[in-house]
Design a protein around this ligand. Structure first.
Ligand code: C6P
Length: 404
């Protein structure tokens, strides 16, 4: 049994008030709240274990290293990767994508080569490729979408040609909630001999992800969006691809031997992990993944899907409501506008009622342009949200709309 009221007790922040009203936190797409066990594991490591990893012979360093490498194994299991060599710790999705764009761009792309991205990408998966474009003269090709917010797969297939080097696509849109058919898209790309990077920032917190079943060559996500700490994320990469790529940054940890004449690099995954990692955050991330695994990703998904259906049903009844995105496969994100009320005004009025939503372009300006809007209000659900909170959102919107 999924007992959301019991689950909420694990998240102290959910008990607080803002402006004298109970907090209704519906900005989980931006970041999620942390269960007590995550914060306690990190506090415990700072109080009792803290030492730099991979370097010291002393007891604490070895213990910290064990925790850090155990966290890598937890991530491996969570994603069902083949080996811990395929799990690179980064600062988050943004850094994971930049790592692939930069290293893959350098090793595998030349002037005139192409990367396929989609109309609904987050800036992280657009701008990182534009940096490669500036350096190496590559081209971005864009998969279009229909008005429901679904990618056009026929058009996608038409984008492949002999200059296509990689596909970089989001698993779930942070604005529309569309769940893209990435498995099918990967099969298509592989039929053309092209690898695929999947931006899993908005997928990993909401559904079971199996990188081997998907066939993804690279898969990126952020710890803080899956109830873990900020400042840590993951890049999964197939070993054969990671082996082919040059290091991203130079420094300690990532080397084998260094001389002024010649340096050799450490084996995977350390080749991509220059400098002291946030080893306390990796412990926190592992604890968060254990936490969601214990609840069950299937159960979390079922709970959030039910909540999203309920929210869509209720929101649609509000006069003047325009919901952006109605893809058949829809995740726990709802973007909307009401009448001609500016998204920022609506967000501010909701905030005054204790309801936290996000407003603006959500780091997806090209998508906003396609939708013909400047921004939206976005409610994004997490494993601890309730129907009562959806009701509060609906009533909050009605109250705000009545003021206009
Ligand atoms: N989206 C949102 O409110 P970082 O900042 O590295 O943890 O994640 C970047 C990122 C990449 N891809 C997708 C699909 C995302 O949604 C995000 C982060 C947040 O929608 C902040 S803009």
């Amino acid at each position: 049994m999924y007992n959301v009221e019991e689950i909420r007790k694990d998240f102290p922040i959910l008990g607080r008030e803002v402006y004298g009203r109970p907090l209704v936190y519906l900005d989980n797409g931006a970041t999620t709240q942390k269960p007590r066990c995550v914060v306690e594991a990190m506090t415990d490591e700072y109080y009792n274990v803290n030492a730099n990893v991979h370097r010291g012979v002393h007891f604490l360093s070895q213990q910290a290293t064990e925790l850090h490498e155990a966290a890598r194994e937890t991530v491996r299991r969570f994603l069902n990767a083949r080996s811990t060599a395929e799990i690179i710790f980064t600062r988050g999705t943004t850094e994971s994508i930049n790592l692939v764009a930069s290293c893959f761009g350098e090793a595998c792309m030349r002037e005139g080569d192409e990367v396929i991205v989609s109309q609904m990408e987050h800036h992280a998966n657009i701008v990182s490729w534009q940096l490669v474009q500036a350096r190496r003269g590559i081209r971005l090709r864009v998969i279009p979408m229909n008005d429901r917010g679904e990618l056009l797969l026929d058009e996608y297939e038409r984008l492949f040609n002999d200059r296509t080097r990689i596909v970089a696509v989001t698993h779930v849109s942070n604005v529309l909630g569309t769940v893209n058919p990435v498995r099918r898209m990967i099969e298509t790309a592989h039929a053309y001999g092209v690898p695929v990077l999947v931006d899993g920032a908005q997928a990993v917190p909401h559904m079971p992800v199996d990188v081997q079943a998907l066939g993804a060559d690279f898969y990126a996500f952020s710890g803080h969006k899956v109830y873990g700490p900020t400042g840590v994320g993951v890049l999964y990469g197939k070993e054969e691809w990671l082996d082919r790529l040059p290091p991203y940054m130079g420094g300690g940890e990532m080397i084998d031997h260094v001389s002024f004449e010649r340096t050799t690099f450490a084996p995977l995954p350390l080749k991509f992990e220059a400098g002291t990692p946030d080893y306390v955050a990796t412990t926190g991330l592992a604890r968060a993944l254990d936490y969601v695994s214990r609840l069950g990703m299937d159960q979390i998904q079922a709970h959030e899907q039910q909540l999203t259906r309920y929210a869509l049903e209720r929101l649609r009844q509000i006069p003047g409501m325009r919901i952006l995105g109605s893809a058949a496969e829809h995740d726990a994100v709802v973007s909307f506008l009401v009448g001609d009320i500016h998204h920022l005004d609506l967000g501010t009025l909701l905030d005054r009622q204790g309801i936290a939503v996000r407003t603006g372009h959500h780091c997806a300006e090209p998508l906003m342009r396609r939708l013909g809007v400047e921004g939206t209000v976005r409610a994004s659900f997490g494993l601890y949200n309730t129907q009562a909170e959806v009701d509060a959102l609906v009533e909050g919107i009605e109250r705000a709309a009545a003021m206009f």
